[in-house]
Design a protein around this ligand. Structure first.
Ligand code: UDP
Ligand code: MG
Length: 203
């Protein structure tokens, strides 16, 4: 493949505590593995609340983006908004996320490959399981909603975290992994995915 750098894109995936409790670790790994991405880091940890808060504080725009997305979803369903201001609302969610993320073991992974960030987001599905498309992990394996979570004053249980951009991914990976825990190796299948020529298949 000519643009070799594209192969090096990395993204962070976390199977959240609800995903581990729902016995979905294997299924989740299978989905990302079978699409052609390469697993280059893997560990099971019980996150501290500090780690979780740090993780959700990387993007200075997060509260605006996430709060607006949630408010738009309420509007699209014709439901009364869950608060006055989307940023203030999202800041409330940010305070709830550490409780959720530190409630049990999670499985953190680094996946690598061409367009890894976008490919993983596509397979993961949109934030609210109620409206995540079938075929995605969030759409297929759980049923939570903004309204259910907000009624109970908790974070949405949507099985997976995945990085939203390359910049976010690089910063998030540094929180969850030491450099030496990210492995550099070749997969035979990469030749089929990336090589210009497929010489050598036929005998
Ligand atoms: N979240 C929530 N309520 C909201 C928005 C987000 O509980 O109204 C939680 C949910 O667990 C989500 C996480 O906060 O996965 C991070 O939100 P973000 O908007 O970044 O969604 P994601 O990138 O995970 O799809
Ligand atoms: Mg996000």
């Amino acid at each position: 493949m000519k643009n070799y750098d594209l192969k090096q894109e990395q993204t962070l995936v976390i199977v959240k505590p609800d995903g581990v409790q729902r016995d979905l670790v294997g299924e989740v790994i299978k989905r990302y593995e079978q699409c052609g991405l390469k697993l280059v880091g893997l560990k099971m940890v019980i996150p501290t609340k500090d780690m979780a808060l740090k993780h959700y504080s990387i993007d200075p725009e997060w509260a605006i983006k996430s709060g607006t997305k949630t408010f738009e979803s309420y509007k699209a369903k014709g439901l009364p908004l869950p608060g006055k201001d989307p940023v203030e609302f999202a800041e409330g969610i940010r305070r709830k996320l550490p409780d959720f993320m530190s409630s049990g073991p999670v499985v953190s992974m680094v996946w690598q490959g061409m367009g890894a960030v976008s490919i993983v987001r596509k397979i993961t599905g949109s934030t609210e399981p109620l409206t995540s498309l079938p075929g995605t992990i969030r759409g297929d394996y759980t049923i939570d909603s903004y309204t259910a979570a907000d009624t109970d004053s908790r974070a949405v249980r949507n099985i997976i975290h995945s990085s939203g951009s390359v910049d976010e991914a690089n910063k998030e990976i540094a929180i969850w992994f030491d450099k030496k825990e990210i492995l550099s190796y070749r997969l035979v299948s990469e030749e089929i995915i990336y090589d210009v020529n497929l010489d050598g298949i036929l005998e």
